[in-house]
Each structure stands twice: as structure tokens, then as C-alpha cells.
Write a protein that binds this ligand. Structure first.
Ligand code: T4K
Length: 371
């Protein structure tokens, strides 16, 4: 059978290590609802991520949706965000009764172009939801200054940014809140899972209620909550994976550097941009296939797929072009995002990807470009 290489592959601890971690659940019978492992993981993540406060969730999407709800924005409020992201970011805004206002992105980092935010602010704007897409850090300083000046909240979608620091500070400490995803496909996983890091402790109380049906205590329900708690099996996976995170990131670095060596100076291939002051996590390896050359992104995607290599077009199409948002947005206002979404290909990237496989992937790409 032809070897298949997928865009990513979950990092997992040794089976014995996980079994050891979950063994005591058979004594306690306490499987969810903020159990002991959940609390241990919260403490450990707070330290690792260098953040003041954290609340764990069943997945990243519910974390984002509920932190937006927790902010209590008025119905119909506007949220400035990026269309170059996974469906979750836009859905989390809209499912809160808010309107996404799509801002274009920067050509270098593919994150929201902070110089274009202010022109989109109206008297209905209540928040900015930028995304550290691929683990590229947004212009956090400029965004903070805009938010302060205009009295807006900033909630980062940091789904891709686990373990990243900027200017020596954990990335989750910027803005009013940040959401990390711990999905199986991420640098760090709890099978499914997510977290909100936040500045104001009062937000924590609200988040803890919202993820548990709005329950304050046995006789009081304070709000229209959901169920988005992280269970003990997820937390146990998180505890195990956190022990190995630095090794995993180092292995990813090697893969990342091998791609750079192979694809450097290949005409038509635009490589990820290096960011100063950032400790990266090597979450993704996105390249742009510049359509000035005879080859386009879809041809490269198909050539790789024919050889069992499944790259992905993250993030094509733009969320603003989804049918469900067709009447709610204007893609003509984000020409850079539109152009990048048509050129981008995220190549396989995970800690255990063999360097020889990276060479094979790059050869297919180079041969295609040379034709
Ligand atoms: N915001 C942003 C910017 C995001 O990217 C995401 C999620 C979210 C918010 C929401 O966070 P979560 O609620 O998911 O925590 C995947 C992931 O499901 C999704 O988490 C992720 N972003 C998105 C970028 O990628 P798909 O539909 O592409 O996944 P799928 O099932 O095609 O898997 C991709 C590859 O991953 C597979 O080919 C093989 C590998 N894989 C997958 C699974 C499910 C594994 O190795 N193990 C696995 O268990 O969305």
C-alpha cells in the first residue's frame, strides 16, 4: 500500500503513560465536572503559558463562543475580525448575535492588518477578534492601542498559538482574553479541548458558570449557559502531553527547517515570514504558490495527493464567502485575504514527520514548478 502522509498527525504519549495517568479514575469514579486532573492541568498550563488566569473547555470553539458571550455585548453589535481563518472564528461571533466586519490581512503574516482596523469602527463596534493564524503573532501592540483609544474589547483566537511567546511574554497574556485550541490536530492536544486565558478575574467566574449551564450553586442558575466542560480523560491526555511539549516543538522545528532548506529560492514559492521577538511553535508550514508562474496551487495540491500526500488549503475559502454569510459581508473589501486564500497550501507538518518525507514532498513541488 502506498504510504499516506496527511497534513498532520496527533502527538500522543506512550500508551502506558496515559494508562498510568487515568488509572486512579477507576478508584475515584470522578470523570468530569472540574475534577482533580482538570484542576492539575489548569495549574500546569497557567505556568507553562505564562498567563494570569485560565479556564479549560471541552473544545476551542465553545471556549471562543462562550468568552464572547461572557463579555455581554449588545445584540447586533459589530466585531472586527479576519476572514482568513477556520470556520469557528466567524461562527463564534455570529452565534452570539453579533455581526462580523471583515478586515483585510497583512501580506507578511496573514493576520489582521491592524492599519485597516480603525476605518471599520462604527458606533456599533464592540470588539476586535484577531487570529494568530498558523501561530503568526498579530500586531498586538497596535491592536491594543486601537482598542484602548476606542474602548473596545480584544479577544484573540489563539487556536494555533500554543506555547508561543512574544517579547518574552506568553501570547495568551495579550488582549482581554485569548482562546487556545487543544484539538487532536494542534501542537498540543487534550484529544479535543480548549482554554480561555483572561485578564479580569470576574470574567473567569462568568466563564466557569457559562460552561456549566450557567449554574452558580445547587439552587441558582445565573445565565443561559451551555455545557462545555473538559472531562478527566481529556485532562489526563493534556497532563501527559504537556510533559513532552518542548521535545515535540523541537522536532517540529527540525521539520520546519528542512522545508526551508529545500524550498528556499524556488521561484514561485513564497515561504513563511520570520517574525522578530517571537518564540515560535512551528504549528503549520504554509506556502504561497505565486500564480505569476505557470503552476497554480490546485495543481500542486493534486500532484501531491496523487502521490498520497494530503496537504490542505487552510484557509480557503475565506469565511466571508461562506453561503451562510453571503448577505452579511463584502469580500471585495479584503483583496489581500482573497488573493492569499487562492494561493496558500499548508504542507504536512507534525513532530514525527520524517525528514526524508519532507525531501520527497519538496521534490514533487520543485519538479512541478520546474516543468
Ligand atoms: N479557530 C481556529 C483558527 C481554528 O483553526 C480552530 C480549529 C478553531 C478556532 C476551533 O478549535 P476546536 O474547536 O477545533 O478546538 C481541523 C481541526 O478539526 C480543527 O481543530 C482546526 N482548527 C482546523 C484548522 O483543522 P479539519 O476539518 O481540517 O480536520 P480533519 O479531520 O480533516 O483533520 C486534519 C488532519 O489531522 C487529518 O488529515 C489527520 C489529522 N488528524 C485528525 C484527527 C481528527 C489526526 O492526526 N488525528 C485526529 O484525531 O479541521
Amino acid at each position: 500500500m502506498k504510504k499516506k502522509i496527511l497534513v498532520t498527525r496527533s502527538s500522543m504519549p506512550d500508551l502506558e503513560e496515559y494508562i498510568e495517568e487515568i488509572r486512579d479514575l477507576w478508584d475515584s469514579h470522578w470523570l468530569t465536572n472540574m475534577g482533580e486532573k482538570h484542576n492539575v492541568l489548569e495549574r500546569e498550563l497557567k505556568e507553562y503559558l505564562q498567563i494570569p488566569n485560565i479556564s479549560l473547555f471541552s473544545n476551542g470553539h465553545m471556549a471562543l463562543e462562550l468568552v464572547i458571550q461572557a463579555m455581554g455585548f449588545p445584540e447586533g453589535g459589530e466585531v472586527i475580525t479576519t476572514p482568513f481563518t477556520f470556520a469557528s472564528t466567524t461562527h463564534a461571533i455570529v452565534r452570539n448575535g453579533l455581526k462580523p466586519i471583515f478586515c483585510d490581512i497583512s501580506e507578511d503574516t496573514y493576520t489582521i492588518d491592524a492599519s485597516k482596523i480603525e476605518e471599520l469602527i462604527t458606533d456599533k463596534t464592540c470588539a476586535i477578534v484577531p487570529v494568530h493564524v498558523y501561530g503568526n503573532v498579530c500586531d498586538v501592540e497596535k491592536i491594543e492601542a486601537i482598542a484602548l483609544k476606542n474602548n473596545l474589547k480584544v479577544i484573540y483566537d489563539a487556536a494555533h498559538a500554543f506555547g508561543i511567546s512574544y517579547k518574552g511574554r506568553g501570547i495568551g497574556s495579550y488582549g482581554d482574553a485569548s482562546m487556545f485550541s487543544f484539538h487532536a490536530t494542534k501542537v498540543y492536544n487534550t484529544i479535543e479541548g480548549g482554554a480561555i486565558c483572561f485578564r479580569d478575574e470576574r470574567l473567569g467566574q462568568r466563564l466557569n458558570q457559562l460552561k456549566n449551564f450557567g449554574i452558580e450553586d445547587e439552587e441558582h442558575v445565573l445565565g443561559v449557559g451551555a455545557n462545555a466542560k473538559m472531562n478527566e480523560f481529556q485532562a489526563a491526555m493534556g497532563i501527559c502531553n504537556l510533559r513532552h511539549i518542548e521535545t515535540e516543538i523541537l522536532k517540529r522545528k527540525k521539520v520546519y527547517e528542512r522545508y526551508l532548506e529545500n524550498l528556499n529560492n524556488v521561484p514561485g514559492i513564497i515561504l513563511p515570514h520570520h517574525q522578530c521577538d517571537v518564540k515560535p511553535n512551528y504549528a503549520y508550514f504554509p506556502v504561497l504558490i505565486d500564480n505569476k508562474y505557470d503552476i497554480n496551487r490546485d495543481i500542486v495540491y493534486n500532484r501531491l495527493a496523487e502521490r498520497g500526500i494530503h496537504a490542505r488549503k487552510y484557509f480557503y475559502p475565506l469565511t466571508s464567502t461562506y453561503e451562510c454569510y453571503a448577505t452579511n459581508s463584502s469580500i471585495t473589501k479584503t483583496p489581500i485575504a482573497l488573493s492569499i486564500s487562492k494561493q496558500v497550501l499548508t504542507l504536512p507538518m507534525y513532530a514525527d514527520l520524517q525528514l526524508e518525507d519532507v525531501d520527497i514532498i519538496c521534490k514533487i513541488i520543485k519538479d512541478g514548478v520546474a516543468q
